[in-house]
Every structure is written in C-alpha cells, then in structure tokens.
Design a binder for this molecule. Sequence first.
Ligand code: GRF
Length: 223
Amino acid sequence: MSTGRPLQLAVLISGRGSNMAAIARACAAGEIDARVRLVISERAGVAGLDTARALGLETRTIAWSGATERLRFERALERALADARADLIVLAGFMRILSQEFVEARIGRILNIHPSLLPLYRGLHTHRRVLAAGERVHGASVHFVTAELDGGPVILQSRVAVLPDDTEATLSARVQTTEHIIYPRVIGWLADGRLAWRGERPWLDGKPLAVPLVEDFDVSRES
Ligand code: GRF
C-alpha cells in the first residue's frame, strides 16, 4: 500500500485504546511510516478518546447504540474516512461488527487484532475460555478483515505460555503486551509495501503468505 506519503490510519476503538496508543506512539517515534489521522470511537466517554487527545490525535465519536444502527454508523464512518483521506482502517478493540458490504468494499484495507491464536477461540472472552480449556499456549493474531467474523487471513501471531497460576487478568495483560508490539509491526509492513493484499490473499515480501508468521514471546508476569 505504498502511497508516497505516510500511510494514513483511521483507528476504530470502543474502549481503553491501548493498541491505538501503541500504534500512535510507533508512528510518532518514526518506527513505522504511518500516521494516525483519526481515532473514531463508537461510544462516547471511553478512556481511549482521552488517551488519543492526550497524544494530540484528532478524535470523533460516531455513536452506535443498537443493532439497527449499523447503516447510519457506516454512512457516517464513510464520510469521516473520506475527510481523513484514510488509507487503512485499523480495528483496535472495536466491539462492533461491520457489514459484509462495508468490509467487502475495502478488502485488504482493514486490519484487526484478536486476542487468541486464530483460528482458535474466535469471539469473546478468549482469555477465560483458554484458561477453562487448560491450554498451555495462547496469544494474539493480527489479520485482514473479511466478512467472516475473526476469519480473515492472519498475518502475524504472538504466542505466550499460559502459566499455571494465571488468572484472566494476568493472562490478558501478558497477551496485550505482545499486541502492542505485533500490531504496529504489521502496519509498518503495509506502509513499507512489504505486505499487500493481492488476488484475494496477503503477500509478504513478494510471496503469498500461506500460513501466519508466529513469534514467541517470553513476557514476565509483571510487565
Ligand atoms: C485487545 O485485547 C484486542 O485484542 C481486542 O480488544 C482488546 C482491546 O484493547 N480486540 P485496547 O482497547 O486496545 O486496550
């Protein structure tokens, strides 16, 4: 997605916004050739909006209050994306499901991060379900968004060990630490033109990405 200028990002959030902040910091530090042009929340008053403003980012709230709201939301979102001249939509803890039409019109231009080793544990409460199942490893996945929920091609996964005394809180904190590393990294690959969507699949460094890249992280509980 080489545009001859920093990749312009629109980051969609619903809550805390720690991934949004990690991405914005990577942009500001010049670690990736991208710029957070706009942060959009589908809920007013969430912590991520305050964080975004504190980072000097432009913010918008486009409220989405019920199942019938999707069309109205997406129309307003389309206008905001056009105003921001956004190249890439970055879903970062965005808790709503975009329509098939919206997603299919932007294949290869929407990324998401999901807190599991996809295709395992799609959906909600992944950390709780991983602990209940007695898994030994867990992690997060950065993937292109397709109309299938949490089903688009995965680009990069972080993998962490599940510790015997892990709770939902300790495990999710450890996984999130890795999210803040892998998400900016994938955006950087797109910005540099190393990663692209071509012929209905991701390509990395000139080759189709048949299986996700996996990186093991040894993150201490305190981090
Ligand atoms: C992250 O764990 C992400 O994997 C999931 O939602 C969470 C968002 O956290 N999609 P934050 O809002 O970025 O802090």
